[in-house]
Design a protein around this ligand. Sequence first.
Ligand SMILES: [Zn+2]
Length: 240
Amino acid sequence: MNQVEQLKLLWELQELERDIARKEDEMQKIPSVHAYRTQKKEVSTLQESILNQQEKVEAGRKKLRRGEMNLQNVNAAIASLSNKLYGGEVQSTREMENMEKKLSSLQNEQSNIEDEILAVMEEMEKDEIESSEMGRQEEGEQEQLQQVKAQAQKEMQAAREELAQLNERRNSIMEQVDPPLLQKYQDMSAKTQGQCISLVQEGYCGICNVSLPSAFRARILTPGQLVFCENCNSLLVLGD
Ligand SMILES: [Zn+2]
């Protein structure tokens, strides 16, 4: 392979490496991958809310059990007091009045507990409806998430394969280029953010676009000579 061909390979290597860098950058920004991550976060937020809601329902259930127990106790106390009061055992008017007062206070308490139980039941019913609505919503979102995931995996896989092909081509070029020339390119490339080889077409520098004097063509074609653009310092490669 003559020098002109070697240099052209170097230029191809430079362009490939730019493609690879661009591809790697794109891979970080694949829309479906981004959408998957966002949606996954949304689903886990929803799952957290569902857990909270279920805890609320459970707390309501406990409150309800407590209320029912209190009600039972009060009912029992009312029954026993009524028995005494109307059973003919109590003779003293004063005692009867006291008992009637106590009974009335217990009946008040009974009514309050019943109201409270009703309120708790209503609240629980609302919480349960909300909880099952959230569950349905989660089901839908999970289904959507799986679709987005499949799409993201597909696109990620395609990008990986494309990148693997580019890297394979890059390795093959690197094997074909003379090691000293490759080393020179790598040193220059590191200093110029990967833009150090200029493909000359129609007498213009491919990087800075300056018009090169006609003598450049002959110099580029001279074996053993590396020619650089006087304007941007790129290594010139004949492209036509
Ligand atoms: Zn130039």
